[in-house]
Write a new protein. Structure first.
Lengths: 242, 369, 300
């Protein structure tokens, strides 16, 4: 079993509205898998189903080899999750957030101290460890949230629009953190609406109005559609659809 | 030019209201549910209520009256005592809900002029006690009339009612005025404050502010729809009260509507005032619930009589608009009095309206902060 | 048309805007480029008369935006960053409502929104909340245009919108520019700066640079090396330790390395990774290269 995620005809309907329409894909272990699409294309809904926050209307999926219907609780132990809206407690300090999330995932105090300290070092945030989170710039918060989401060394980490609105340097630093996590063997499932960020992923899937219209490596997609960028790929696919 | 801008705003407001089933539920479901609920909770049907008597005279008239009362479907005799301390004991054991106390020589006193009967009711449940004493009084008076017509005497029975445990309990008919007050407060203040807060929360306010729209148009445009709907609501409640529970409107209907209008204006200006202070719908809801709804229910004299409250709470209740409205509406509906008797309360409400409107206009910002 | 001089604004201890100065000419398409939290929204709100600055002046068409805010409100079309129309009202109802509160009718200024209107027409009776992201933006733009403003303020109109809608949206802005409307638009997408006449790069409440897009790029004084290789992560770590390299960042499928023209990057990389297939080429800088280097310069 070397698939981190498999999804087969995964569908979610809200009333008459089909948020994700029978999406089928799989993600290899250790892969950086990008989920691209505009706001409202169904990216967040897909992540919510895979992380057990939302029950699919139909279809099957496994995460870390576990069925999302039957083993939702075990899945939660295996994954890290960072949501579009910033997921740390704004009125707690950096250290308090790390201690809290470490505690949720059952890390020992010594482990929290050791790993937390190491993460803060890498982020050069040791000197702000006793500052409240709401006093930090957006980019720092996002990086901290990622560090917290991977503190318990999950097999898979889900990142929902981690770089939305972040400045170009921080965006790149963020992707470097993602690479580093991938080097350590963590599977990264990341959504973004920046088309240029697709190039950082091993493979990408493109979502348009709930449908998965493409799923391959960025290079393969570009050569298939004879395009110089993923943005061009996207535009060509969408034009063909019409 | 102004008129059609306002009309467009009001139309938009109605579209919001009629497209949101939750607002509709609060608007129309709740008043009906409340009237029915309060109505049936309070007007518990009287059937074979257990009463006791202490008949000190035991003459023909007293026995006749007692049998008249207990032969009705409403009351059943369950205790017959001969000393005052037994009354207390009987209440405590829960054997009876009320006592009739006949004085010595009842029949003769009746012949001579006045006779009095004391009714002692267990008012730990004040509403039931109210109904029981009303019913007893009316049976006694009917009997008295009948007797009078037989003998041509000019005397009358003076029933003296004593409410045990809660000497101040109010008329059962109070619930319709009370519900009208609550509903008007709720619909007017809560829904307006929420609807303005929603514009802020959803970012619509930004666009309204940068438009040439005058603040007055925004405020009036928000107020008008709820003013109309609140009036409709008041009519619905009075209608149900009248048809289902036979609550009368004894006074002038026009005056009643005008007073309702005045109270709605007070409530709406309170709602607008709240909305100038909050940023989200949730805050608006909390503020209106805690600052308006609870005091309306608890401190207006609707459920708990004001005169039996501790002094500090009595002072606070004087600042509650609903208190005055309940007095007014009760006076018009039940006593049938005219403006001469309620001008003071009307004046106070009018002053409050002016005060809150002034406050909300002063607080309405033409910018975001 | 628009003069912003020395505008500062703080929220508590946070300094959102710090002495902002710029001018926008009549009929110009002016871009404010910067990430979230740079102060773009505060700046828009101040120009749109929704916020008062702590200090500084803004004048629009000769009118002070603080004292003469009614004039500004009548003549400026403002589209906030968040979708701010009524989600529970249909497309048609929204348009009619906003036309009315601006004392006009949809018919009167239809020519301005003609081509957007055509695209919206099939969805006339759909609730605004049920539209796709691109359609929502078109509706919001129509509502901002409905009173024929002389200047449009568009706060991040293309954020989160799909690539095609973004393209179409910028096409519409070009047409509006031809109608003589002055446009101030903000965006976090660096690549959109090319579509503006002039741009201000804004970060941490201050303007780092202001010029035409080509002017900004031409001022960039470092050489940009585009490096493509197999293991980007290892490559990047190595390059960062090399002498003479000022900065290096991943750029999609390749890396951008900044340094002097005499860096001899290709030769040195071949030495370090003799077996790897590494390509190095010198490319012209773009706005994003410039922005990042301005950011690091300002931080130092």
């Amino acid at each position: 079993m070397n698939k981190a995620i498999t999804a087969n005809k995964l569908t979610k309907k809200f009333g008459n509205f089909i948020a994700t329409n029978a999406i089928t894909f799989d993600v290899d272990k250790g892969e950086v898998f990008g989920f691209l699409g505009a706001n409202g294309a169904g990216k967040t809904t897909a992540i919510k189903m895979l992380t057990g926050l939302s029950r699919p209307t139909s279809g099957e999926a496994t995460v870390a080899g576990l069925d999302i219907y039957r083993h939702a609780e075990q899945i939660k132990q295996q994954i890290g999750y960072m949501s579009q809206k910033f997921s740390l407690y704004e009125d707690m300090t950096v250290s308090e957030n790390i201690e809290f999330y470490g505690g949720i995932y059952g890390l020992k105090r010594s482990e929290i101290r050791e790993r937390g300290g190491k993460s803060l070092d890498q982020l050069s945030m040791t000197n702000v460890r006793n500052h409240k989170v709401n006093s930090l710039p957006l980019g720092w918060k996002q990086k901290l949230a990622f560090a917290v989401a991977t503190l318990h060394k999950p097999g898979i980490v889900f990142l929902d629009e981690p770089t939305g609105g972040v400045d170009p340097i921080t965006r790149r630093q963020f992707w470097e953190m993602i690479y580093q996590a991938a080097e350590e063997g963590i599977t990264v499932f990341v959504t973004t609406h920046y088309m240029d960020e697709a190039e950082y992923c091993n493979r990408i899937s493109i979502m348009v109005e709930g449908l998965m219209v493409a799923c391959d490596s960025p290079a393969a997609l570009k050569s298939l559609h004879n395009a110089s960028s993923i943005e061009e790929v996207f535009i060509k696919i969408a034009r063909n659809k019409e | 030019m102004k008129g059609h801008v306002l009309r467009a705003f009001v139309k938009k407001e109605f579209l919001h209201i009629f497209r949101d089933y939750r607002t509709l539920m609060v608007l129309f479901g709740m008043p009906i549910a409340q009237v029915i609920l309060f109505g049936y909770a309070i007007t518990t049907e009287l059937r074979d209520v257990k009463i006791g008597v202490w008949d000190m005279s035991k003459d023909q008239k007293s026995i006749e009256l007692i049998s008249n009362i207990t032969s009705s479907e409403f009351f059943a005799l369950n205790d017959n005592v001969s000393a005052s301390h037994e009354i207390e004991a009987s209440f405590k054991k829960g054997r009876v809900k009320a006592f009739l106390v006949f004085p010595n020589d009842f029949g003769n006193k009746l012949e001579r002029g006045t006779a009095s009967i004391q009714i002692i009711a267990d008012a730990s449940d004040p509403n039931t006690a109210n109904i029981i004493t009303n019913q007893l009084t009316s049976i006694i008076q009917r009997w008295d009339m009948l007797e009078k017509s037989k003998t041509l005497r000019r005397a009358f029975i003076d029933t003296e009612v004593r409410m045990h445990y809660n000497p101040e309990s109010k008329s059962v008919l109070l619930f319709v005025p009370g519900v009208i007050t609550i509903i008007l407060m709720l619909v007017s203040a809560m829904l307006t404050s929420i609807s303005i807060a929603r514009e802020k929360e959803m970012g619509n306010m930004e666009i309204l502010l940068v438009s040439p729209l005058k603040p007055a148009v925004v405020i009036i445009g928000k107020i008008l729809p709820y003013l109309m709907l609140s009036l409709v609501n008041a009519l619905i409640i009075m209608g149900i009260g009248n048809v289902v529970f036979e609550v009368p409107v004894n006074g002038s209907f026009v005056l009643l509507l005008l007073e309702c209008l005045l109270f709605i204006v007070v409530a709406l200006s309170l709602g607008v005032f709240i909305s100038t202070k909050v940023e989200s719908q949730q805050m608006a809801l909390m503020m209106s619930l805690f600052a308006l709804m609870l005091p309306t229910i608890l401190l207006s004299g609707f459920i708990f009589p004001i005169s039996s409250m501790p002094l500090p709470l009595q002072w606070i209740s004087h600042a509650m608009p609903p208190k005055y409205f309940i007095i007014i509406i009760k006076a018009i509906m039940l006593k049938g009095v005219g403006i001469a008797h309620i001008w003071k309360e009307t004046l106070i409400l009018s002053l409050m309206a002016v005060f809150f409107i002034g406050l909300s206009v002063k607080n309405y910002k033409s910018r975001l902060e | 048309m628009l003069t912003v001089s020395n505008i500062s604004k703080s929220y508590g201890e946070v300094r959102a805007l710090n002495g902002i100065n710029f001018e926008v000419d009549r009929g110009e398409l002016f871009g404010l480029i910067g990430p979230d939290g740079a102060g773009k929204t505060s700046l828009f709100r101040i120009i749109a008369t929704l916020l008062l600055p702590d200090s500084g002046d803004v004048s629009f068409d000769g009118h002070d935006v603080i004292t003469d805010y009614e004039f500004v409100r009548k003549n400026v079309g403002y589209m906030p960053g968040r979708f701010s129309l009524y989600q529970d009202l249909s497309v048609k109802e929204n348009l009619e409502f906003f036309a009315t509160i601006f004392n006009t009718t949809v018919q009167e200024n239809k020519h301005l929104i003609e081509d957007i209107f055509k695209q919206l027409e099939p969805f006339q009776n759909r609730r605004a909340g049920d539209l796709s992201g691109g359609m929502k933006q078109k509706l919001a733009l129509s509502c901002a245009l409905i009173h024929k403003p002389t200047m449009l303020l568009l706060d991040e109109p293309t954020t989160g919108v799909d690539a095609i809608s973004r393209k179409e949206f910028w096409g519409m802005l070009q047409r509006l520019k031809k109608e003589g409307i002055t446009i101030v638009v903000s965006t976090p997408y660096m690549d959109e700066s090319k579509l503006c006449d002039r741009v201000a790069l804004i970060q941490d409440g201050a303007i780092m640079d202001l010029d035409t897009p080509s002017g900004i790029v031409n001022r960039f004084d470092k050489t940009v090396y585009k490096v493509t290789g197999n293991n980007q992560y290892q490559l990047l770590s190595k390059i960062r330790t090399m002498d003479g390299v000022q900065n290096a960042y991943p750029f999609g499928s390749s890396l951008h390395v900044y340094g002097s023209p005499e860096l001899n990057l290709s030769g040195r990389l071949d030495e370090h990774f003799p077996d790897a297939d590494i390509q190095v080429e010198i490319i012209p800088a773009d706005i994003e290269d410039t922005f990042m280097n301005l950011m690091t310069r300002d931080h130092e």
